[in-house]
Design a protein around this ligand. Structure first.
Ligand code: NAD
Length: 772
C-alpha cells in the first residue's frame, strides 16, 4: 500500500464532543426550561418535553407560558424600561459583559445548541456561537454611540420577541442585542422545540449585571407567542413562518404596535457557465445542506446555465455522496438531524407528493434524518420550485441567458436572498440590482454579520436586522406626536358658485387627467358656502388604473438621482412661479390664512428632496471578511399614500418629495375635505417633465380607498397620514402581499429626513468576497 492508497481508503474516525457538562447544567437546574422574569426563575413546570432530535431522548421539561405569566413578564419589562433607557454608556458596559461571558461559555452554548436542535457541533461551534457573540459586541458599540450618533432617536419601550427553532441562540441575539442597545427592555419567547440556550443566556444576563426586568424570557408554544402578541408591548419582532407572520400582522393591526417580520424564503442560487464549478458546488453544500437546509435564506432553488448543467449535476451528486450525516455531536459530521419528527414528516410528504423531474438522494441514517436530495428538471412553476421545504432538498432547473436567469429567480413570492456564481464581475454586478431580494451573495452564500443588514422583501417580510439599518426598528424619533383632528369640509345651503364656471377636477392617472370610473363627484365649498368646484370621487377601478400607471413607470426607479433632482427642482420652480395663486386657493379651501406659509414650505420641501435625490448614499460595511458588503439603497417601488388632509398642498408634497426623490412611483389620495389644491397641482406636474405614471393623484374618501390600496398586490408600501381612522384597516389588509405599511394612528408629527429616507428605500446588502 502506498501513501496515495492510504489517503484514498482512509475513513473518518468518530470525534464526538462530550455533552457531559451540558447535561449536568440541565440537571443542576431541576431539568426544566421555563420563565426568567424580573431577574428570577419563576413558575417552572414540566408542561411538555424538549428532545434531542438525533436520539429522541428527553432533554428537559418545558414550561408553557400562560397569559398571566406573559403579562407578568411584560409588566416587569415595563417597570425596568425607563431606567434602562437612561444611561446608554452603562448599557454598553453590560452588553460588553454579556459578550465576554458568552465567550467564556462558548463550549457549553455550542453543545447545548447541538443537543437541542440536532445541528452539527461544527456549525454550532464555528458559526452560531461566534456570530452570536459578535452580535453582542457590535451592539454594545451601538449603545456606546447612541447619544452621539443617533441624538434624535429614543427607545420604543417594551419589545415582545418571538423566534424560531433553526438558530435559537443566534436569533435570540439578533432580537435582543439591538433592542437592549437602544434602551428597550424585552420579553422573548424561544421556539417550543429549542428553549435551552435561552436558559443559559438568562443566567449569563444575571452574571453580567443586567438589571431585573430588562431581559425576560417566557417559554411556551404558539399559544404563548399569541399571548405575547396581544400583551401590552410597544413592538413585536417576529422571525418564523410566513403563515404565522401574516397572523401577527392581522392581530396587531391598528394597535399602534411596531412590527418587524423576518419570514420564509425560496432563494435562488444561480450558476453561470463561466463559474468556478468546484467552488459553486462547495457553495451549494453551504447553501442547502448547512443546518440541514433548515435555513430561511437557504439557496433552495438551483438555476444552472444549460450548457454546464449535466457536468454540474454530476459533480454535485458526487459531492452529495461524500457528505457525512449522523451524530451531530461528532465533529466530523456535515449534516445532523432534522429538528423534530413533525418537521421530518413535512419534508417527506412534500418530496413524496412531487411527480416532476428526477430525484437523486444520498443516504441517511435511521431516525430523525432526511437524506440530501437533488431534484433536477423542474419547471419554475413546479410546487417544489415555489414552496419553502425547510429541509435538505434542492430543487433545480436550467436557464440560457442572464435575462432568463433573472426572470426565473424573481418568479417567487419571496425575496430574502440570492447567490450569483460567475467569474465575470460585470455580469454579477449587473444582476445584483435586478434580483428582487434583501441580500445578494456574489460567489458566496450564507454570509452574515452584525454590521450588515439582513432581511427580505415581498413575503419574506419587512425590516432589517443588523447594522445601522437594524437599529431603526428599535427606535423612534424623540418627542410626542400630536393628535390629528379631521378637518370639516365647508357646506352650503344654496351652492352658489364663487366662480360662475362650474369646474370639475378630474383624476390624474398616467400623466393624464381622467374622468372617474364611477362618474361621481363632490362639491367643494369655501367658508362662506360658495361653490369652489367639484372633485371627482375615485373608486377601486381608478386605483387599479393608477397602479398600472405606476408599474408602467418603472424606468423612474432606474433613472439617476441627478435626473430626479433636476425634475424636483423644476417642480419647485414652477410652483414658485404660481405661489400666489396656490396660496389663495389654500386660503379659500381652508378658510384660513395658512396659504402663503404652506406654499413656501412646499417649495422648500421640494428643493430639499431635490438636494437629497443624489445624496442618500449607501455604505460599504465593515464586515470581517476579505471582501465588501455593500448596503445599497433601492426604491421600495409603488407606494400608495393617504395624505394629511389638514394641509391641502403640503399633505401631498411632504410624502411625494422623498418618495419620488428616492425613485418610487406614487399614487396619492388628496385631502378629502380640501382636494382642489392637489388637483391644481396636476398642471405643475405636467409642466415639470415628471414622466407619466410617476405621480398619480386621486380624490375621494380615504376610508373607501384605503382598504383597496392595502390589499392591492402590486402596491409595495402604503403610507397613511390621514386624519381618517384608516391605520387599522391598512395594516389588516396589507397581509395580501405583506407590504410595508407606515401609518399615523390618527396622529401627526414632523418626521426627520432620516425617517423619510428609510421609509422610501429598501436596503439591499450585496456581499462581494474577493481574492484569488
Ligand atoms: P413558526 O412560524 O411556526 O414559529 C416561529 C415562532 O412563532 C415559534 O416560537 C412559535 O412558537 C411561534 N408561534 C407559532 N404560532 C404563533 C402565533 N399564532 N402567534 C405568535 N407566535 C406563534 O416557524 P418555525 O416553523 O418555527 O420556523 C421556520 C420558519 O421560520 C421558516 O419559514 C423560516 O423560513 C423562518 N425563518 C426565517 C428567518 C429570517 O430571518 N427570515 C430566520 C429563521 C427562520
Amino acid at each position: 500500500m502506498n501513501v496515495r492508497d492510504i489517503f484514498e481508503t482512509m475513513d473518518y474516525g468518530p470525534a464526538p464532543e462530550d455533552a457531559k457538562d451540558a447535561r449536568a447544567w440541565i440537571e443542576d437546574r431541576g431539568g426544566i426550561a421555563g420563565h426568567f422574569i424580573n431577574g428570577t426563575w419563576s413558575d417552572l413546570r414540566h408542561d411538555f418535553d424538549t428532545k434531542n432530535p438525533a436520539t429522541g431522548e428527553v432533554l428537559a421539561g418545558v414550561t408553557k407560558g400562560t397569559d398571566a405569566e406573559v403579562a407578568k413578564a411584560v409588566a416587569a419589562a415595563r417597570k425596568a424600561q425607563p431606567k434602562w433607557a437612561k444611561d446608554a454608556k452603562a448599557r454598553a458596559k453590560i452588553m460588553y459583559a454579556i459578550a465576554r461571558l458568552m465567550q467564556k461559555n462558548a463550549r457549553l452554548l455550542a453543545v447545548m445548541e447541538t443537543l437541542d436542535t440536532g445541528k452539527p457541533i461544527r456549525e454550532a461551534r464555528d458559526i452560531d456561537v461566534p456570530l452570536t457573540i459578535r452580535h453582542f459586541y457590535h451592539h454594545a458599540g451601538f449603545a456606546q454611540l447612541m447619544d452621539s450618533a443617533l441624538p434624535d432617536a429614543e427607545a420604543l419601550g417594551v419589545c415582545g420577541q418571538i423566534i424560531p427553532w433553526n438558530f435559537p441562540l443566534l436569533m435570540l441575539a439578533w432580537k435582543i442585542a439591538p433592542a437592549l442597545a437602544m434602551g428597550n427592555t424585552v420579553v422573548l419567547k424561544p421556539a417550543e422545540y429549542t428553549p435551552m440556550t435561552a436558559m443559559i443566556f438568562a443566567e449569563i444576563c444575571t452574571n453580567a449585571g443586567v438589571p431585573p426586568g430588562v431581559v425576560n424570557i417566557v417559554t411556551g408554544d404558539g399559544e404563548t407567542g399569541a399571548a405575547l402578541v396581544q400583551a401590552d408591548v410597544d413592538k413585536i419582532a417576529f422571525t418564523g413562518s410566513t403563515a404565522v407572520g401574516r397572523l401577527i400582522r392581522e392581530e396587531t393591526a391598528g394597535s399602534g404596535k411596531a412590527l418587524s417580520l423576518e419570514l420564509g424564503g425560496k432563494s435562488p442560487y444561480i450558476v453561470f457557465d463561466d463559474a468556478d464549478m468546484d467552488s459553486a458546488v462547495e457553495g451549494l453544500v453551504d447553501a442547502i445542506w448547512f443546518n440541514g437546509g433548515q435555513v430561511c435564506c437557504a439557496g433552495s432553488r438551483l438555476l444552472v446555465q444549460e450548457g454546464i448543467a449535466d457536468r454540474f449535476y454530476a459533480k454535485l451528486k458526487a459531492r452529495m455522496d461524500a457528505l457525512r450525516m449522523g451524530d451531530p455531536l461528532d465533529k466530523c459530521i456535515d449534516i445532523g438531524a432534522i429538528v423534530d419528527p413533525v418537521q421530518l414528516q413535512q419534508i417527506t410528504d412534500m418530496v413524496a407528493a412531487n411527480t416532476a423531474g428526477e430525484t437523486y438522494q444520498s443516504g441517511a441514517p435511521e431516525g430523525c434524518f432526511y437524506p440530501p436530495t437533488l431534484i433536477t428538471g423542474l419547471a419554475p412553476s413546479d410546487t417544489l420550485m415555489q414552496e419553502e421545504i425547510f429541509g435538505p432538498v434542492l430543487a433545480a432547473t436550467t436557464f440560457r441567458t442572464p435575462a432568463e436567469a433573472v426572470g426565473i429567480a424573481n418568479n417567487t413570492r419571496y425575496g430574502l436572498a440570492a447567490s450569483v456564481w460567475t467569474e465575470n464581475v460585470n455580469l454579477a454586478l449587473d444582476l445584483a440590482p435586478k434580483l428582487v431580494s434583501g441580500i445578494v451573495w456574489i460567489n458566496a452564500t450564507n454570509l452574515m454579520d452584525a454590521a450588515a443588514g439582513f432581511g427580505g422583501v415581498r413575503e419574506s417580510g419587512f425590516g432589517r436586522e443588523g447594522g445601522w439599518e437594524g437599529l431603526q426598528g428599535y427606535t423612534r424619533p424623540k418627542g410626542k406626536a400630536a393628535k390629528l383632528t379631521p378637518p370639516a369640509a365647508f357646506t352650503s345651503d344654496d351652492g352658489t358658485p364663487a366662480d360662475p364656471l362650474d369646474r370639475t377636477a378630474k383624476l390624474y392617472i398616467g400623466g393624464k387627467q381622467t374622468r372617474p370610473d364611477g362618474g361621481y363627484s363632490q362639491p367643494v365649498f369655501n367658508k362662506s358656502g360658495k361653490l369652489l368646484g367639484h372633485a371627482s370621487i375615485a373608486n377601486r377601478k381608478d386605483l387599479r388604473n393608477a397602479v398600472e400607471a405606476m408599474s408602467a413607470a418603472k424606468g423612474w426607479s432606474k433613472s439617476t438621482g441627478h435626473l430626479r433632482a433636476q425634475i424636483l427642482y423644476y417642480i419647485g420652480e414652477n410652483l414658485s412661479a404660481r405661489a400666489a395663486e396656490f396660496a389663495a386657493r389654500i386660503n379659500a379651501l381652508t378658510g384660513t390664512k395658512q396659504g402663503t406659509a404652506e406654499v413656501e414650505a412646499a417649495i422648500d420641501t421640494l428643493f430639499t428632496w431635490a438636494a437629497w435625490a443624489d445624496k442618500h448614499d449607501g455604505a460599504a460595511k465593515g464586515v470581517p471578511i476579505r471582501g465588501v458588503a455593500l448596503a445599497m439603497n433601492e426604491p421600495v417601488g409603488n407606494i400608495g399614500i393617504l395624505t394629511d388632509d389638514t394641509r391641502p398642498l403640503m399633505g401631498l408634497i411632504d410624502p411625494m418629495g422623498p418618495a419620488i426623490a428616492m425613485g418610487n412611483r406614487i399614487t396619492a389620495v388628496a385631502s378629502e375635505a380640501f382636494p382642489l389644491a392637489a388637483t391644481d397641482f396636476y398642471q405643475i406636474l405636467d409642466t415639470s417633465d415628471v414622466p407619466a405614471g410617476v405621480v398619480n393623484i386621486l380624490t375621494g374618501p380615504h376610508a373607501d380607498l384605503a382598504p383597496h390600496m392595502a390589499a392591492h398586490g402590486n402596491i409595495d408600501a402604503v403610507w397613511s397620514f390621514s386624519s381618517a381612522d384608516v391605520s387599522g384597516v391598512i395594516e389588516a389588509k396589507s397581509i395580501s402581499n405583506l407590504k410595508r405599511t407606515w401609518v399615523n394612528n390618527g396622529t401627526s408629527r414632523e418626521w426627520p429626513s432620516s425617517t423619510w429616507r428609510a421609509q422610501s428605500t429598501e436596503v439591499k446588502t450585496i456581499w462581494i468576497p474577493y481574492g484569488e
